[in-house]
Design a binder for this molecule. Structure first.
Ligand code: CP
Length: 304
């Protein structure tokens, strides 16, 4: 398959290959000259129909570190605003001899839809509340880096599971690698289909943190809510926010993760986010090597 549309289309060996390839590129980007000439013959279009800081910039950097030609498209400044369709937009871009498309889109399934209608390799950079595969890969890669391996580890994903593509991709990725997964949040923000995914469900954050080795704190995605799913932000923080006092009450030191962007003082306090227990900026750093690996492996299939 010449696409990365979701973790659900991968197996354990695919993830191992991506991690081994990322190990190599992590070493490359720590050299004084951070580039390799591998993809001088590949052109990549980054299409963002939704806002992004980390994903957009790290894809662009990964592509440039691989020496690919890169063009960037933001829907806000494009002819999408004049009514052009997704397929027309992408086919016009592809006619300029583009080989690969990285796309973030607000609609779940947008990447799968596109892959059926255009002739290019598609990488899903987040589709609505569906999947964010490269985020889950960099998250697992960061756990592996910090704790030695993912297999056997207990990971709790805390917060707005209902609207989170990060949660779903992480659940698939962690389970493929043999981790135990729990979700924790208000009942109103835990999707009904969760029972079918084989994860533990907990509504008490203290119990969840006592159980886990790693807590991945999610932002409440107000932009995807047309109603309020809990009484107030203050009450959400009291029940589901992680703070220093809570972490110090545990009898072990757990690892704290967050995919970003952080709402400081809501799901996580600044002293926790910026502490030694947090690997939040390691996650961002690892995103470049992981995306280099994904692009490199897909490009090698295009070249075959
Ligand atoms: N983690 C993540 O996807 O961040 P951005 O929305 O800034 O890309």
């Amino acid at each position: 398959v010449n696409h990365l549309l979701g973790i659900k289309y991968l197996n354990k060996k695919d993830i191992q290959l991506i991690f081994e390839t990322a190990d190599h590129f992590k070493e490359v980007i720590n050299r004084p000259i951070k580039k390799v000439p591998s993809l001088r013959d590949i052109t990549i279009a980054n299409l963002f129909f939704e806002n992004s800081t980390r994903t957009k910039l790290s894809f662009e950097l990964a592509e440039k570190r691989l020496s690919a030609d890169v063009i960037n498209f933001s829907s806000a400044q494009s002819s999408v605003k004049k009514g052009e369709t997704l397929i027309d937009t992408v086919n016009n871009i592809l006619s300029m001899k583009v080989d690969m498309v990285v796309m973030r889109h607000p609609n779940p399934g947008a990447g799968v839809f596109l892959s059926k209608h255009v002739k290019a390799s598609i990488i899903n950079a987040g589709d609505g509340a569906h999947e964010h595969p490269t985020q889950a890969l960099l998250d697992s890669y960061s756990i592996r880096e910090k704790l030695g391996e993912v297999a056997g580890k207990k990971v709790v994903i805390v917060g707005d599971i209902l609207h989170s593509r990060v949660a779903l991709s992480n659940i698939f990725a962690l389970q493929l690698q043999g981790a135990q997964v729990m979700v924790c949040g208000p009942k109103t923000l835990i999707p009904k289909y969760i029972d079918k995914l084989g994860v533990k469900v907990e509504t008490n954050l203290n119990k969840a943190l006592n159980w886990c080795d790693v807590a991945n704190m999610l932002r409440v995605q107000n932009e995807r809510m047309d109603i309020s799913y809990f009484p107030s932000t203050r009450e959400y923080t009291q029940q589901f926010g992680v703070n220093r006092e809570l972490l110090d009450s545990l009898d072990k030191e757990i690892t704290i993760m967050h995919p970003g962007p952080i709402n400081r003082g809501v799901e996580i306090t600044s002293d926790v986010a910026d502490s030694k227990q947090s690997i939040i900026l390691d996650q961002v750093q690892n995103g470049v090597a992981i995306r280099m690996a994904v692009i490199y492996l897909l490009a090698s299939k295009i070249k075959q």
